[in-house]
Every structure is written in structure tokens, then in C-alpha cells.
Design a protein around this ligand. Sequence first.
Ligand code: ZN
Length: 179
Amino acid sequence: MSSQQTSTKLPSLWVCPKCRARLVTRNLWHSCGRFPLNALFDDAQPGVLRLARKYVQMLRSLGNVQVIPQKTRLVCVARVRFAGLYPRKSGFLVAFALRGRLNSRRIVKTVDYGPRWQMHFVDVKSNDDLDNELRTWLQESHDTVGLQDDLERAAHDKSLQPAARVSLSGRSRERKRRG
Ligand SMILES: [Zn+2]
């Protein structure tokens, strides 16, 4: 895993001087600012914040990631955002992106962001929901979408074939729209 992260083929990231968020391009719009994790759970039942802290630990165990609480959600960034959390009264929704669509009864919702990027949502209400299966999904999300494995492939292709540059810029425009 760590060898993948230190791969030199990928373009370098820009770090926002204000909030330290990692961004794929300079001045990319992002929810700039610092919000405490507990503010997301002001309206939640007791115990939910503790559960969220456990989820944050799980995210941190995936690799070199940033966990960023925002105003209404939390996002997790490797090279790019790949997972997060949306607070609910009695728990939270875990969100993570995969290259394909996962079939499981635990997936309560999916959102397509094009053919190579599907967001999956899992309801978390107790410690039992933060299990190995979820961690495996999150790891897959980190290793593919989070580390931009598509760009790594494209960079490899580009060294063989200069025309691949065109599809690269198309993809970064797409990313900008998603914020
Ligand atoms: Zn910022």
C-alpha cells in the first residue's frame, strides 16, 4: 500500500495554505475552514459521537489520509476525496466511492458520478456496523478512487502514447464539478 502512495508518476497535489486540505489543482473550490467533529453531532443521540470517533480511526488506518469535518459532513481524502460521513440523529451514513457497483443489503443508497465512480452509503448505528466487511470496502475505495489508480494507469499509458493527455484533462474537469 505505502509503495503505491509514494509512486512518483502522479502529478503533485496542492495544499490549501488556510485549511491544509489536499487538492488536485491550485485554487480548486473546497469547503475551506476548520470545523470540530463534535459539532456535527450536536443534535445526535448520546453515543453517536463516540461511534464517529471509532469510524475516524478506521479511516485513518487505511493509509495516509486526511479526515476533515465540514459544516454538514465529514470527508476523507487520500489524493482525492473517497469516503466520508453524514450525521443522523441515531447514527450516521458512511459514504465511500468505488469503481464499480457493490451489491449488498447493507448499501442503503448509491449515487453514480459517471461510469467509473459510484458513491455507496451504509447506515451505521452501532459498533457492530463498523465491522471488517465495511473496513474492506473502505480500503478498496482508498486504494482505487482515493489514490487515483485511474490516473496512475493513464500516466503509464501516456509514456507509451502522448495522446492520452486529452482524456486526462477531461477527467480533471469532471472532478472540479464534483467539488
Ligand atoms: Zn482551504
